[in-house]
Design a protein around this ligand. Sequence first.
Ligand SMILES: [Zn+2]
Length: 505
Amino acid sequence: MTALSLERLRRDGEIFMTEISREYYLAHSGQKPTAELQPIYAKYESVLGPESLALTLDAFRRAAEGSEERRGARLLVDWQAESQSARQLAGLDEREIDWEGAAIVNVADGRNIEYQAAAIEISNATDRAERLRIEKARAELVARELAPMRRERFQREREITEELELASNYNATFELLSGVSLSALRAECEAFLRDTQAMWDDTLPNFLKRGLGIAPGEATRGDALALFRAREFDRHFPPTAMEDSITGQVREMGVDPLADGRIILDTGEREGKRSRAFCSAVRVPQEVYLVLRPHGGQTDWNTFLHELGHALHFAYMRPTLPFEYRWLGDNSITEGYAMLFDHLMQDAGWLTRYTALGAPAVSTFLRSGGFEELHFLRRYCAKLIYETQLYGGDVPWDALPDLYVDRLTTATTFRYNHADAFVDVDPRYYAARYLRAWQLQALITETLIGRYDTDWWRNPRAGPWIVDELFGEGQRELAHEQAQRVAGKSLSFAPLVRSIEALLG
Ligand SMILES: [Zn+2]
């Protein structure tokens, strides 16, 4: 057997990542009934064992602060530390994926709905009584079956991570390995919720009344799904035109949207496909899948743009970058590019050119977009604050559901359900990646407008710049470093608040 070295770890690590990504892709896209993760973990035991962690940790501690070695080594340690829990959680994850693929929601009116399709059914139900019936049945099923599995998963993840003794607790370990300050981000989230409270209180009642005919005091999370489904605009976003319009825009920007065949679109209906769209990079940059289960209307357009941003990022990474910069790193970067694309749905010029919205509908649509943006940001700020408590260890597990409902309901006004306290959680602080991505996206858009004008998205010089300066770099940089390099500014919510104010008019 070859001695363990960083070189071997990179090489075998990449083969392992490809296999595990392919397994997730096949299971989540409904092409395999279950994900068989444990055999893959067993096969690559040597890549993911305690020895590999020790090797990367040693490299990290020996590298000089600020050096390129240290940058790469930090990503490798982060990956290894995550792998310790991923390997041990694989059984729980398999059980959860099996459950999600097979679970049925039995609604009181006699209908049986695939669990995977429940969110789509709730958002599409125009009759409120029906919507609340499906939501109630979904929440009961989740509380009974999924929530205990998820709670166990988070308990185990926290224990495994803290047993590594890299830092004093889970949150300190995350900060050390990610390079992201949770406490600073949490303070920004608290300030954002305070600063936008009046704007939210002014905006919500009208949208609720017009959209669903209800008052803020009675609105639930199920109502939120229906409200943001915003069916009134669907006819302007025909499913048949979506892929051609959007890929056509990317071509106008001077970029091949399918990256010479490296991007494969999987956008048809298939039983067992996850309702939440995803992008799966199986080989980077050679083989990238964009998977979407069609819901209809503007939601699909938004999701397709988002996932295409990811797909383009992975498919245009420089193949010569080391493993860690292509496969690992700060996911705020890739989420930032995904959001750069999905935020085109807030650009009047883009909407006019590539969708069937006419000028009068554009202004109504943008107001609605501003409202939605404000809601999502408030929801994610509340999620991040809650998740710092879930992982923080100071709140007993039994007390978390009340805290979850309180935090999310206070921030969004929509009444949340206790059942979702361990389900509506993005593991390992993915919410922090989203929030930083939101901030990064705003600065990249400002930069693109400065360089290529307000219609940068059809400027044939803009695409190649994005490929060279952004996508090509993989995830070598942290989001706040990229913000400084590209925009000369620090990440903050300020540009997002300005953009929401402009959208709301
Ligand atoms: Zn994403």
